[in-house]
Structure formats: C-alpha cells, structure tokens
Design a protein around this ligand. Sequence first.
Ligand code: MN
Length: 720
Amino acid sequence: MNNIKLKFKSLVNQRVGFICFLVFLLWIKTVIAYYVDFSLGLNDPLQHLIMIINPIATSLILLSIPLYIKRTKISYIIMGLIYLIESIFLYANILYYREFSDFLTSSVILGVGKVSKGLGSSTFSLMQIHDFIYFVDLVILILLFSFKLIKLDTKPIRKLTAIATTSVGVLIFSVNLMIAEGNRPQLLSRTFDHAYVVKYLGFNSFLGYDAIKSTMTDQARSTAVGTDMDDVLNYVDTNYAAPNPKYFGKANRKNIIIIHLESFQQFLLGMKINDQEVTPFLNSLYSDNNTISFDNFYHEVGLGRTSDAETMLESGLFGLGSGTFFPTNGPSNTFQSAPAILAQKKGYTSAVFHGNVGSFWSRNEVYKNMGYNYFFDQSYYDNSIENANMRYGMKDKLMLSESVKYLEQLQQPFYTKFITVTNHYPYSLSEDDNDGFTAPDTTDHSVGSYFVTAHYLDNSLKEFFDYLKDSGLYDNSMIVLYGDHYGISEDRVKALAPIIGLDPNTFNSYNNSQLQKVPFMIHMNGLKGGINHTYGGEIDVLPTILHLAGVNTKNYVQVGSDLLSQQHKGLVAFRDKNFVTTKYTVVNNSKGPQVYSNETGELIDLQDNPDLEDKVTNWQQEVNTKLKISDAVNNKDLLRFYTPNGFTPVNPTDESYNYLNQIQRLIKTRNSLGAGSTSLYSKNDNKSTTHLYNTDAPELNGDRTPIDDWSYVLKNDANN
Ligand code: MN
C-alpha cells in the first residue's frame, strides 16, 4: 500500500505525470457519462472500444499546452483552468443533452444559434443526484493539494518533453480517427448525426468539427447578396415546363402519401429468385391501370444519400456536391418546400413517419424549416417490443402499423411521408420475417439478403395498402412510391451481376449507370396509368406532384421539371456531373467523356461522331449549370432573398411546427374544429380505425400491443 502511495506521489509530483493523472480523471468521468447519461447507439463491441478510448487524445493534447509555459505557477494555473473548463464542458453537455437530446455546438455556446434558448432557469430541474460523481475529482484534487500529496514540479520542462507529450496525444487521436473511419466510413464528410461524431471522437472533437463546419457555412451565407438570385431566377424561368392539362389538378385536394423505399433499385421489380417473386405486391402495383410507372427514372443523390433524396423531393433542389446538405445547411436555410407550398395553396396538413431517432441527419430541425407540421420519429413508436429496432430504426411492419393511429388523426387533406428502413444495408432480418422467401445463392451474404429485406418491405407495403383500402383512405389519396438510391454498392457488384443476368467480367460504367435506376410510381384511383418511358430523376418529382395537386410551380425555385409535361427535357443529371439523355449515357473519366448508346449499351467513339461530340459538350454544360444553380441556392441560402408572390416563408419556431407534445396538439386541433374536423378518426364517428390494420410482424406474437394504445406515447410526449 505504502509502495503504491509512493509511486503515485512520484508520478503526480512530476509535471507530465500530473497531466497524465488529470487526463485519467477526465477520461473516467467522460466514460461514466457516456454510459450513464447519453444514449449514443452502440451497435458492436468495436464501437464500445472506440467510445471508451475517444476522450483520451484531445484531453492529453489540451493539457499538454501548459508544458510550453516556463513559469511553474502559471503553467499549473493554466493546467487547472483547462481541467476546470473541460469538466464544466462535460457537465454542460450532460445537462444540455437531458433537455435537447443533442450536444453543445459552437453556435449554442456563443448564443447565436436558433437554439440559443440555452439552459436558463430550468437548469436546476435537469440536475440529478448521481451528478455528484462529475465533481468528486475536483474535491479529490483539492484535498491532494491541501495535504501536500501533490506538490508543484518546479523543474524546468524541456521543450522536447512538451512536444513529445503533445505528439503522443496527436498519435492517439490519429489511431482513434483511423479506427472510427474504418467502422463508419465517411464519418466526417457526411455528418449523419451529432451523436455519431461524439460516439467516435468525443465532445472536444465534435465541438471543433462543428465550429469549422459552421464557419464555412456562415462564410458562404454572409458573402451572398440578393442579386445572386438573378441568375437563379433566369434559370428557373427558362427551365420551367408547363403542366400537362391532362394531369394538372388530377389530385386536387387528395391526400398525398409518399412512400420512401429505402435502398430500392429498379431491377428488383419483376424479379424472381428460386421461382418466387421478390416483390409481388410492388409488381402488381407497377402494372396496375391506376399507376403511372416510370422505367427510366434515376436516383440523383450524392453523399447525403437518403437525405439528398428527401432534399430533392421536398425542395426541388439537389443535395450538395461536397458534404451533406441536411445537417450542414438544412437547419438554417430558408425553403420553398412541398409541405409549406401545399399548406398555403391547398390547405394541407403534413407529417413524416420514420422509425429512426429524429436527430439523425438533423431531420428534426430541417423538417421544421420545410414546414412539416408533425414528425413522428422513433420515440413515437413502441420501443419495448422485443427485436423491434434494427440499426436504422423500427422495422417497417411495426413502423407502418403503428403509424396509423397518428395518421387517422391528421386533418385531411394531408401530405405525408413514410420513410422505411428495413431494406437498408446490412440487410439483416431473422428467419421469421421472410415468410419462406429464400435468398439467392451467392457468396456475398449482404447481396443475398438484400433480396430478403426487399421482399419484407414489399410485404409491409401490402399490409399498409390493405389498411388504406379497408379504412377508406385509399379512395381519396394519391400514393407516390420511390426508391431513394442503390442498395448494392459498386464494390459488391461482382456478386450481384450473375443474379441479375449480367456478366461480372464485362460489367462496365454503362451497366453501373443502369443500376442507378430506381422505381417511381404514382398511384391513384382513376389516374390513367401505364408504363411511362420518360427519362427523369428525383429532382423532377416535386414539380410533377405539385402539378398533379393543382399547384403551378412557375414561381418557385426548383431546378427539375414535371415528368408529365410535354416540355420536359429528358436530361438526367447525376450529382457527380455524369448524365443520361434519352439516347446516351455519358460517364466522365480521366480519358474524357465516355459515351454509351442506351439502345445497345455499346461505347461510341466520339472521333467518328463530331456532331455527337458537340452535343455532349452542350449537354455537359447544361448539367453543370443545373447543379451550379442548385448549389448556389443551397450554399448561400439564397431563398431568404426571394419570396414568390402569395407564399409566406416558414417560421420554424411557430407552434404548428413544434414536435414536442404532438399528441396533445392533434387532440387540441380535433377538439377546436369540432364538427369541422376532417380527420379519418372524426369522419369515422370518433372511432379509431387501427383495428383494420393486419400485420403478421412476428415481434407481436399474435397478442400484439393494441396499436391504438396511446399510453406509452403520451408518456413519451410528456418526457419530450
Ligand atoms: Mn437511403
């Protein structure tokens, strides 16, 4: 015992040793906080490991700074201050998280952000008894100093020692970053979620990272001026495609239900594996007389993937060329988005249903700016059901079946979006979920199981449609389905190719472009349907839907155009500037543009076709302009300078976009409208229709939680 005491004394009485002791104390506190006070969504043992080591590097780097100061006392005072600031920063994060389920960002600390409400008077109510553990160390340090167990090390510190200490910190940080990037590729370039960055790199790194990001965003914003809008408005004007009278207003004041088919590629439609249809329900919908189905429709997402698809569908603008729009610009930008346009022009109520946490991609902030009235995220579903949650949220059958108790309360017409998650990489499902459907024979497990989760998604949608029909919602709704992006990435394509009838040895850029096709279907009773061969992509969805809903898009800033319009040009721009026309697929590489014929898939030699070469140059310019215009609007937040006639920009702090206490808001709206309430529930004599929903989700074991049971939700609502 005495021996240990001596060793401890000799350690902490050296300056570097003392720093190590401080790092150790901060480390212990932070790890306790990670497990006790935060829920960071840990999925595998490696993530636990990364999280446990991540506080060490940055605290060592910070605490090594005083080593560069020659004078002993000042060096120790600075050390103490850094330690104190780090301790307060940790505790402030804990309190902030209890209130907002988020972490302290630079804008919150500086008090200039939209969430500058801060903690204020409610701080005390957020404190908990166990919080004393976050201050025990300070007491210990004071005692150690007062009993002279720690003495100041007056020996001058050599510069080399200081540099070495900092370097060790930097080295640990590099290793930390490397493992993190291995476990979650593109962690920093994509910014999925604040919790991701904290989980992998800690609070300090998150703050630094956030500060850099927001400085960059602010810079682009602050240099922008109103006249930057001139080019944009010119472009929008020339790009405008007038609505087709045959379709304009066809869905006037109908409910609009958007179904986001996660990672769903076009080739799944009509496919059979081991003699079983992969997606029997979607196949029947695809060829239904009341469905307009597109077979030359491409996804156009960049790094923001799912959220880029949402950006295009809601706002008619692309995601960013570098970085991700949703978390970077979404929380602060001004929008002219579908929910707000439909609310103001046609009286729609809007809602998103999604089984993941609301902070993912910063959706909970972006949706407000878009004008979504409600956002039912993971906290609005029954998370006590065993195995209900997969990596990206609640399984589709559970999410969809549990959503209808909210859906039936929405005032009609409503504009709603359901974001499915089960068909998301790594495509894991238990045996019970696939109703006897078997995966194709392949050595790549995730490629094989992709078909299984797609089959599950198909099954979930059939259950949902059955409910829509039985409840009567189907009769006055237009249902729009789209795949957001590919599910099998290029590096797994060798395993995929033989399953979809391609030769992995001759697989080329043209084949890859073809794989970027995703489904786009518009289904409505009485809609003159059929397979439509128009070339288009996600950027064209918003004008198409708005025109069907009877809203002319002429004055709105959108860079796509109505797929049903006679004036629509079939030039599909990918986010990486490659493109597809009605006749050609153009892929740029180091040798210049590679042009393939859509008809034969053959590479065309441009030297033999000077006319075509000129055309390709022109198309490329058109594509570049389209992307440039969209990027200018998004990066510089230009829509704050331009409001179309008859449109009011969304005020995200308005009570009608408050995602806390949504249940109370639904009930309040219903009661205040009385006999004028148009919700399905009210129209059904104030009776729930949830019993009409039939699901075979195995998690519910037959004796499922009654899905009109609101009790657990109300508890969530109150907690919010
Ligand atoms: Mn996605």
